[in-house]
Ligand binder design. Structure first.
Ligand SMILES: [Zn+2]
Length: 496
């Protein structure tokens, strides 16, 4: 077995500069949800050059693609992401909040001449605050190494890179699942930058995103207020109603809202249109559906009270993650076998500088994070500025965030790997996370994740009966429940 570890590791390490360039390039593109044209194209091109067959523009998502190699069972899917977050543009390697400037055109070996002519990488107000450039590229490294291994060892089976757009604020994978692209997939593997090394064995929160748009009647607010019906009043009353509902819902649920249209900035005009966006989260998608129905009733009540009308439009949904112990155990074995990631003194200094740049709140949180992740090994973990031990094995936690990997996990046995790529304590979706996204620490974490995923998949390619066992476990866990496809049938992926 150690032989395989060496072989896979060497395959990945031998191209580390190439992968670092691709990741940096995607970091520079910093394309937001459903607009990841260049990032998706770069990954597709790299996969084609390696002999993968590529289908693109799937489930009405222009930037979605599937790259496939091999034939027959098992079919192992790797979930790559590459979208950035708005408002997080940040200069690399800087411990101060400075938005990024247009950078020199960094050429990738695979880049065509036409692409190179396009000039500096596209820079907007977005930034990779969730490390999806590392996810997309680490996944690429993983499938390329595995493909080479399969070729050399004449190994049967199919590996697939699922190019999954818009993980952030749209749940791109849920559309791919709804439209059947995972129906013949036997296993799914993915990874995400996080504080500690672990194969996740927990659940994430299910989540609905819903717009409530109220329509009223405009009027002069002083001359004829009796003629007006305020859509803004309706939004406010709806929010008050939902805030009263909080006392009567399960503790684990979360409801957040943002008023996305106040109806204008003139107080002397009765607002005829106003809009609020709700995020409704709970441990299970069925619980979210129940809360969603109650929130809809409150919206209708607010419309009734104000004599306005309400239009309800769900735009995204994320299901809760169903973990698979067989897959997680295999992955954890490789975390132990591969051992901790080793860092240089310069890298420790780099991470320490970023720890100093954390907010006071984040600094205070650090011991709690260490306890949550490492349990009895918390003090050992705190000795270095990047967490190094394997996260506490017995941890079965209900994770507080949501991911569209959840939707895949209901129909395919799925495993979600976490690997650190930044200074301990760095919050995801922060400018500090963006700033560290091109560092050697980030690249080391990315290649480490690539190795762990490839090695885990290799176990299942070499022993296809394990995939049957993983499927059996999923069936038992669901205990008769079926995927409660949370997306309305006719909902199209869209930028909202
Ligand atoms: Zn993310």
């Amino acid at each position: 077995m150690n032989e395989y570890i060496k072989e896979i590791s060497e395959k990945i390490d031998s191209k580390k500069e190439y992968y670092a360039k691709i990741s940096n390039r995607i970091w520079e593109f910093a394309e937001p949800r459903f607009q990841e044209y260049k990032s998706s194209e770069l990954l597709q091109r790299s996969l084609k050059e390696e002999g993968f067959s590529v289908r693109s523009n799937l489930a009405r998502e222009e930037t979605a693609f599937i790259a496939e190699y091999g034939s027959g069972k098992p079919v192992i899917g790797f979930l790559g992401e590459f979208d950035a977050l708005p408002g997080l543009s940040q200069k690399a390697d800087t411990t101060e909040r400075i938005p990024a400037e247009p950078t020199q055109n960094l050429k990738c070996e695979s880049e065509s001449k036409t692409e190179q002519k396009q000039g500096p990488a596209y820079v907007n107000d977005c930034g990779h605050g969730c490390g999806h450039q590392l996810i997309g590229t680490g996944t690429l490294a993983s499938v390329i190494a595995l493909k080479d291994f399969m070729k050399e060892h004449n190994l049967k089976g199919t590996i697939r890179y699922y190019g999954c757009p818009a993980e952030e604020n749209a749940g791109g994978k849920a559309f791919l699942v709804r439209d059947g692209y995972f129906n013949d997939c036997d296993l799914a593997l993915c990874w995400h930058p996080e504080q500690g090394r672990r194969a996740c064995y927990g659940s994430t929160k299910a989540n609905f995103r819903v717009f409530f748009t109220f329509h009223g009647t405009p009027a002069h607010a002083s001359m004829c207020p009796e003629l007006g019906r305020s859509a803004l009043d309706a939004v406010e009353l709806m929010d008050v109603g939902v805030n009263y509902m909080r006392e009567h819902m399960i503790d684990e649920a979360r409801i957040h809202y943002a008023i996305t249209d106040t109806g204008g900035d003139a107080p002397n005009v009765v607002q005829s249109r106003a809009q609020v966006l709700y995020a409704i989260r709970a441990p299970k998608i069925t619980q979210v559906k129940e809360l969603y129905n109650r929130v809809c009733n409150i919206a209708k009540g607010a419309a009734l009270m104000t004599e306005t009308t309400v239009e309800i439009r769900q735009v995204a949904a994320y299901s809760n993650l169903i973990s698979n112990k067989i897959l997680a155990d295999h992955m954890n074995t490789y975390l132990e076998k591969l051992g901790p990631i080793t860092y240089t003194e310069q890298e420790y200094t780099y991470a320490q500088n970023f720890q100093r740049a954390l907010s006071d709140q984040d600094k205070k949180q650090l011991p709690t994070i260490a306890r949550d992740y490492f349990g009895p090994k918390a003090s050992e973990a705190m000795k270095t500025p990047i967490f190094e031990p394997i996260a506490y094995q017995n941890l079965y936690s209900d994770l507080k965030y949501s991911t569209d990997v959840g939707d895949v996990s209901w129909i395919v046995p799925t495993v979600h790997l976490n690997i650190p790529t930044f200074a301990a304590g760095t919050a995801l979706h922060s400018w500090q996370a963006v700033a560290q996204g091109k560092s050697s620490i980030a690249h080391k974490g990315m290649l480490y994740a690539a190795k762990i995923m490839a090695l885990t998949a290799l176990d299942f390619l070499q022993n296809p009966e394990l995939a049957t066992e993983a499927r059996k476990e999923l069936t038992e866990t669901l205990d008769g429940e079926t995927y409660p496809n949370p997306l309305p049938k006719d909902l199209k992926p869209e930028i909202w």
